[in-house]
Ligand binder design. Structure first.
Ligand code: AMP
Length: 289
């Protein structure tokens, strides 16, 4: 299926339902995956032939888990963001049973799959992804959006190997400090584990966790039990195994991000300027495996 030409964006970018769209506008292709609340399919818009991903959510499930507000927030945030490393949400529609999100199609699938397949990534590839993430998060933070749930399962790759942040389910639009506990254990910053107020710097922490996981294949504070992971995070029990071999510059960047005091973590700008990034990252963000 062709992924070009650029879509006539299913319009207008939806804050409310866009009644002009329905399942009749799409040829549905193979299932791409299954999430907690429904399935995702590759699909082609009949007129433009533009390929998208349709995420089909069942209203019953949404009501059962009372995630209506979270979903609405996710949709509003994602439709408002335009960045090459953030998955586009073009619009949405619904019928009696389903809500269907029209998403940009990420042909390369989950970064998580790549990590499992390769175990760990070469430094140049890891640096390219960290640079892409830092740029996308800088854009989000400028718009007062904190993602809070960056993890390999929420990172997709497009047909060129460009990384895309997906799933804004846990993100918040806020300029003040927040106190809700959320996110996935291994990627949680100490202030979140300890249920203290947190701000944008939680995303910078997560970049440190991800950079470590890209290079060593496991997240840095992994432990047998949740309690032990909590302990390791709060004590910043960080160590670098001798294999695989990782450069001192990469370790330096990770150590500057996995810092307990959030205000002392490297800023996104400083990440982009870090010698390891400058030396290794491909500024185009494109990585072909
Ligand atoms: P989710 O419900 O978002 O967890 O998605 C379920 C699965 O569908 C994920 O594991 C992804 O591999 C796949 N998927 C979700 N969105 C897309 C997309 N826009 N393009 C390609 N694959 C996707």
């Amino acid at each position: 299926m062709a992924t070009r030409p650029e879509p006539q964006d299913p319009q207008p970018p939806a804050k409310t339902s866009t009644p002009q769209w329905s399942l009749d506008n799409f040829e549905i292709g193979k299932p791409l995956g299954r999430g907690k609340f429904g399935r995702v399919y590759v699909a082609r818009e009949v007129k433009s032939k533009y390929v998208v991903a349709l995420k089909v959510l069942h209203k019953k499930q949404i009501n059962k888990y009372r995630i209506h507000h979270q979903l609405k927030r996710e949709m509003e945030i994602q439709t408002s963001l335009r960045h090459p490393n953030i998955l586009r949400l073009y619009g949405w529609f619904h019928d009696d049973e389903r809500i269907v999100l029209i998403l940009e199609y990420a042909h390369g699938g989950e970064l998580y799959g790549l990590l499992r397949e390769k175990s760990h990534l070469p430094e140049k590839q890891a640096a390219t992804y960290i640079l892409s993430l830092a740029q996308a998060l800088a854009y989000c933070h400028e718009k007062h959006v904190i993602h809070r749930d960056i993890k390999p399962e929420n990172l997709l790759l497009d047909h060129e190997g460009r990384l895309k942040i997906a799933d804004f389910g846990w993100s918040v639009q806020s300029s003040s400090k927040r106190r809700t506990m959320c996110g996935t254990l291994d990627y949680l910053a100490p202030e979140m584990v300890e249920n203290r107020a947190h701000d944008y710097a939680v995303d910078n922490w997560t970049l440190g966790v991800l950079c470590y996981e890209f290079l060593y294949s496991t997240p840095p504070f992994e432990a047998e039990s949740q309690r032990d992971t909590f302990k390791r995070i709060t004590n910043i029990d960080l160590n670098f195994p001798s294999t695989p071999q990782v450069s001192a510059e990469a370790k330096h960047l990770i150590s500057q991000l996995l810092v307990k005091e959030s205000s002392k973590r490297l800023s996104l700008q400083k990440i982009m300027e870090h010698p390891w990034i400058v030396k290794n990252a491909d500024p185009s963000g494109i990585w072909n495996n």
